[in-house]
Design a protein around this ligand. Structure first.
Ligand SMILES: CC(C)(COP(=O)(O)OP(=O)(O)OC[C@H]1O[C@@H](n2cnc3c(N)ncnc32)[C@H](O)[C@@H]1OP(=O)(O)O)[C@@H](O)C(=O)NCCC(=O)NCCS
Length: 176
């Protein structure tokens, strides 16, 4: 699937309006698909736009936002947020890996994860951490990409229906 029209790049900040809308569309699609990405259903496009604007505006100076594009259109994203703690300058948290439903199963998720690792390494991070919903596609992806499973936390969050609890699985990856 790789080609000149398929790219993964860092989002240039401040993000332009059409990219913010596309990122919001990804978040809305993920929630509509039942994914555990912080929100419950229904999430409106306006709410998602507000969340993205605030997230981008408040981001740590070393935060990394990656976007996957097909012919210029954003089809996936992932974020790296450095640990705030002064004694963890080497650690960054990976969050909100999302590929639009219309583009899943084509390798974008794995490519975004590889790109996130590369960017983290380039920025001097040595430890990546993340959590995911137990049993979700993302858990399979993280295991396949060599992330180390730490354990599970029962009833960590609720599904997009707002009531059904699910467990979280915690992973880390040390970078050479
Ligand atoms: C998780 C997600 C990003 C994967 O994106 P994707 O582009 O479809 O993933 P890829 O095509 O790169 O697949 C890579 C591997 O992930 C695993 N995987 C992907 N989809 C899967 C599914 N539905 N069930 C089980 N494993 C799956 C497989 O191991 C796959 O490798 P394979 O195709 O060789 O078997 C995508 O499903 C998504 O956006 N989900 C909703 C958001 C979400 O839950 N994000 C995670 C938050 S922690």
């Amino acid at each position: 699937m790789a080609g000149a029209t398929h790219t993964i790049e860092r989002l240039i900040l401040p993000a332009n309006e059409s990219d913010v809308r596309a990122l919001a569309g990804l978040l809305v699609d993920a929630v509509a698909s039942g994914a555990a990405v912080s929100f419950v259903s229904p999430l409106t496009l306006e709410q998602a736009i507000d969340w993205w604007r605030a997230t981008l505006a408040d981001a740590h100076a070393r935060a990394i936002f990656l976007v996957a594009r097909e012919a210029g259109v954003i089809v996936g994203t992932v974020q790296l947020h450095p640990a705030w703690a002064p004694n963890q300058p080497h650690r960054t948290e990976l969050v909100k890996l999302i590929v639009h439903r219309g583009h899943r199963g084509a390798g974008w998720g794995a490519r975004l994860m590889h790109a996130a690792e590369d960017e983290a390494r380039r920025e001097g991070f040595r430890l990546l951490t993340l959590d995911a919903k137990r049993g979700a596609a993302a858990e399979t992806l993280y295991r396949r990409l060599g992330w180390t499973y730490v354990g599970a936390i029962p009833r960590f969050a609720v599904d997009t229906d707002g009531v059904t609890p699910h467990d979280a699985v915690i992973f880390y990856k040390e970078l050479e």
